[in-house]
Design a binder for this molecule. Structure first.
Ligand code: URA
Length: 209
């Protein structure tokens, strides 16, 4: 079973509370999502391998450690996933970014991919799939499956808010993927919205309805 990591640092909780507030405007919402993504990046990068190095301080030699370099790729699910990319890139500036577009078929209610664009060396990278609202888990599961079918290694799923239903669905379908959240909410409502959630993440990020 993959790990469920709830990134509940006080700064993240503070910002997520303002993000949830329906009176928070688009500009502020976007800035806060970006900041939370950057703060979550600390947890997401906790397992980066280090290598031992020696540097000369003005006083003597010092043994230290630097990041050994791990090839990472970020895969936001369009469109709301885009809102969390820049925050993570602040910590992982060399990461490459692929995009997966999904919509829900009105009749079958199944996610359908309409756009896939991946870095050329994607199979050599450890992939972080980004889907801010983990509701039923349908889109995240479909994106992770399509990446695996193409020989890729999606190891982490990064979300802002999840419903227990979505967490369960991903853990069952992809037990090899760790899930990182800023908040785990109560449930889904009949319309598929996370309760209490924040509404439609894409609409709130981009000012659409
Ligand atoms: N997608 C959203 O943007 N919000 C939800 O609450 C559920 C899915």
């Amino acid at each position: 079973m993959g790990r469920l990591v709830i990134c509940d640092h006080p700064l993240i909780q503070h910002k997520v509370t303002i993000i949830r507030d329906k009176t928070t405007n688009t500009k502020h919402f976007r800035e806060l999502v970006d900041e939370v993504a950057m703060l979550m990046g600390y947890e997401l990068t906790r397992d980066l391998p280090l290598e031992e190095v020696t540097v000369e301080t003005p006083v003597s030699k010092a043994a230290g450690k630097t990041i050994a370099g791990r090839m990472v790729g970020l895969i936001p699910i369009l469109r709301a996933g885009l809102g969390m990319v820049d925050g993570v890139l602040q910590l992982l500036p060399s990461a490459k970014v692929g995009h997966v577009g999904m919509y829900r078929d009105e009749e079958t209610l199944q996610p359908v991919e309409y756009y896939v664009s991946l870095p050329t060396d994607v199979t050599e990278r450890e992939l972080i799939v980004i889907d801010p609202m983990l509701a039923t888990g349908g889109s995240a599961n479909a994106a992770i499956s399509l990446l695996k079918k193409r020989g890729c290694r999606p190891t982490k799923l990064m979300c802002l808010i999840a419903a227990p239903e979505g967490v369960k669905a991903v853990q069952e379908a992809h037990p090899d993927v760790d899930i990182y959240l800023a908040a785990l909410d109560e449930k889904l409502n009949e319309q598929g919205y996370i309760v209490p959630g924040l509404g439609d993440a894409g609409d709130r990020l981009y000012g659409t309805k």
